[in-house]
Write a protein that binds this ligand. Structure first.
Ligand SMILES: *[C@@H]1O[C@H](CO)[C@@H](O)[C@H](O)[C@H]1NC(C)=O
Length: 146
């Protein structure tokens, strides 16, 4: 009897975990900063129409994201913009939909990222990111050409 109870509790815990909505993942990339001729050494924040000092962060509203002005470590140092956003949208899935109650598009990043909820058992898939090719492809490349 005791074991049955434990099992029941365990499966409940599992069910709860599966229902938990996907947390919005955030993605980062570095791009060359916009710089105004009259303001060298500062990033130009086009969404704010303002210059931003290295180390400072600004919100990308009306887009959902955040940028930071960064000085690169190479020589000569370059001004970079570290862009953080919600990443690619998940692939279309009939069993998952945008949770309009939980998604707050006007919240500051990352609160504005879309939140999806899925029916039981459904899982969102995200498009492949341009990362290093998977092992199998690599092996094929290493095959000697005939
Ligand atoms: C959305 O976020 C904004 C900014 O943080 C806040 O003022 C507003 O109350 C939020 N709306 C909802 C529905 O949570």
């Amino acid at each position: 009897m005791k074991y049955l109870v434990v099992l029941a509790v365990l499966s409940l815990a599992f069910a709860a975990e599966e229902k938990e909505e996907e947390r919005p993942k955030t993605f980062r990339r570095l791009i060359p900063a916009d710089v105004l001729r009259d303001f060298p050494g500062m990033c130009f924040a086009s969404t704010r129409c303002a210059t931003v000092e290295p180390g400072q962060t600004w919100d990308l509203a009306p887009f959902c994201g955040r940028s930071t002005c960064v000085v690169s470590e190479d020589t000569p140092p370059r001004l970079l913009e570290l862009v953080e956003d919600c990443g690619p949208l998940p692939l279309a899935n009939d069993k998952c939909k945008l949770d309009t109650d939980k998604t707050n598009k006007t919240a500051p990043f990352p609160g504005c990222c879309p939140i999806f909820t899925c029916e039981d058992g459904a899982k969102l898939e995200y498009p492949e990111l341009p990362t290093p090719p998977p092992e199998e492809e690599k092996k094929e490349e290493e095959k000697p050409k005939v």
